[in-house]
Design a protein. Structure first.
Ligand SMILES: [Zn+2]
Length: 464
């Protein structure tokens, strides 16, 4: 049931790997061999994503955005801890030209090979030691084309820019260990012409004006996966408020302000429902970035502040906010298990629609269930048996994925189901999970054998 994701040992949380290598280092250090960190973590869909040999604690991204030429002048500091004796290590990077790379304050040699930035420090780095990498770069930024043909990364808009970087395009604008198991804290220092706003994740620490430019400091204190970092520049109407008691900043392009107001106004009720389902909201801040950029074609659950490429409806807001618990706080451990994000967020979105007076999740399930297997694209491929990354965001992951959860609810009863959802979101907060772990929890709490149900709904072709 879990073989879909494989289980390479490199993916078992960085902390465990670190503890083990520190132990080994004690006895083996005298003759230690310093070796290059791995260029990827072996994800079945994105084998080169992420890197081996270190664990990032914090990113500090300082960038100056130049509207003319859609260029940035940036430097990213990465504070990391070595998890092996490193002679060199890789970062994932697909951004503009590099000006310099430093490790521990000294210039380091570097080379680029497609998405890999290979860094060779002047002196090797011993396992367990903390080190800082500073990469400075300058030039035009943009998007990358994903396996499914859509674009992600840094989008240039009419009045600025906006970032949506799922699954693997964070490196389009900053060097990173780009894999969801290596979450880190983030600081953003964004300099823009003073007529523009600059928005990112988390807390707005301060905004300073100097001459013709202003600098915005944002801090994301809770751990965040690299693909959930965002920066939006341009003209935005900022609104500070409290949503369900949580400090909120929404940034809305004036072009779409009027058309966004009604749905955004429902955020408090949506959060109240989601807290009922999943427990307390996991972050200290909340909000939204609504841009006038519908050429992007989708919204993304960027942490604390989802990006909408056009005025969102309340159902979409419910979906992206549900991801704050499931996807952002509780993260997948490998990309083929994307059902852990999208199946859950879609079920939550259905639950919100029910709350708002629409179909109940049970009615929706029955309606969809009647659709013949050959007639609609949401049945295949099965959500946890995707043939490759080109199907990562295909309809079955969402629709059949949410039906799988509704099927579970029908099987074990609403009360047990809700208790499981809540425990899943709270016990795994800020961590990484697998589908096998969800099934194990569901079986433990329901006292039922559920492999057959999950096998039918997540893995087998055709109609369950
Ligand atoms: Zn989603």
């Amino acid at each position: 049931m879990t073989s879909v994701a494989g289980s390479s040992s490199t993916r078992w949380g960085c902390a465990a790997v670190l503890a083990l290598t520190t132990l080994l280092a004690g006895s083996a250090h005298a003759g230690a061999e310093f070796t290059p960190g791995a260029a990827g973590l072996g994800d079945p869909f994105f084998p080169k994503a992420g890197n081996g040999g270190y664990d990032v604690r914090e990113y500090r991204i300082s960038l100056r955005y130049r509207p003319r030429g859609d260029a940035i002048d940036a430097s990213t500091n990465i504070d990391a801890t070595a998890t092996q004796d490193l002679s060199s290590f890789d970062l994932d990077y697909r951004g503009p030209q590099i000006r310099s790379v430093e490790v521990g304050g000294a210039p380091a040699a570097y080379a680029r090979d497609e998405q890999e930035l290979i860094v060779t420090p002047g002196a090797p780095i011993a396992t367990g030691s903390e080190f800082r990498v500073v990469v400075s770069y300058r030039g035009r930024v943009g998007t990358v084309t994903d396996p499914d043909g859509s674009r992600s990364g840094w989008f240039n808009t009419e009045d600025g820019s906006v970032v949506v970087a799922q699954p693997t395009s964070a490196p389009a604008w900053y060097p990173a260990n780009d894999y969801p198991i290596d979450k880190a804290r983030f600081k953003f220092e964004l300099t823009v012409p003073k007529r523009l706003e600059a928005i990112a994740n988390g807390r707005l620490v301060k905004r300073e004006q100097r001459g013709s430019h202003s600098t915005w400091l944002w801090k994301q204190e809770e751990p965040m996966a690299t693909y959930l970092a965002t920066v939006a520049t341009g003209q935005f109407a900022l609104r500070r408020s409290k949503v369900g008691g949580i400090r909120s900043i929404t940034a809305v392009d004036p072009q779409v302000l009027k058309r966004s107001k009604r749905a955004l106004g429902k955020s408090g009720r949506i959060v109240a429902l989601l807290e009922e389902l999943f427990g307390p909201y996991p972050f200290s801040h909340i909000g939204a970035i609504v841009d006038d950029a519908n050429f992007i074609g989708y919204a993304l659950e960027t942490q604390t502040r989802p990006v909408y490429d056009r005025p969102p409806g309340a159902v979409l807001i419910a979906h992206e906010l549900a991801h704050q618990w499931l996807g952002n706080s509780v993260s997948l451990s490998s990309w083929p298990e994307i059902w852990l994000n999208e199946g859950f967020a879609t079920w939550a979105e259905w639950r919100w629609a029910e709350e708002a007076g629409g179909l109940t999740t049970a009615q929706r399930f029955k309606l969809l269930r009647r659709t013949p297997a050959g007639q609609n694209g949401f049945w295949n491929p099965p959500p946890a048996a995707l043939p490759g990354p080109q199907k990562l965001f295909s309809d079955p992951v969402y629709v059949r994925g949410a039906m799988a959860l509704e099927a579970l609810r029908r099987e074990i009863g609403g009360r047990t189901f809700l208790a499981i959802l809540r425990e899943w979101a709270t016990a795994n907060a800020y961590g990484n999970v697998t589908i096998a772990e969800f099934i194990a929890l569901a079986e433990a709490r329901s006292g039922q054998e559920l492999n057959g149900l999950f096998d039918a709904w997540l893995l087998q072709r055709g109609k369950p």
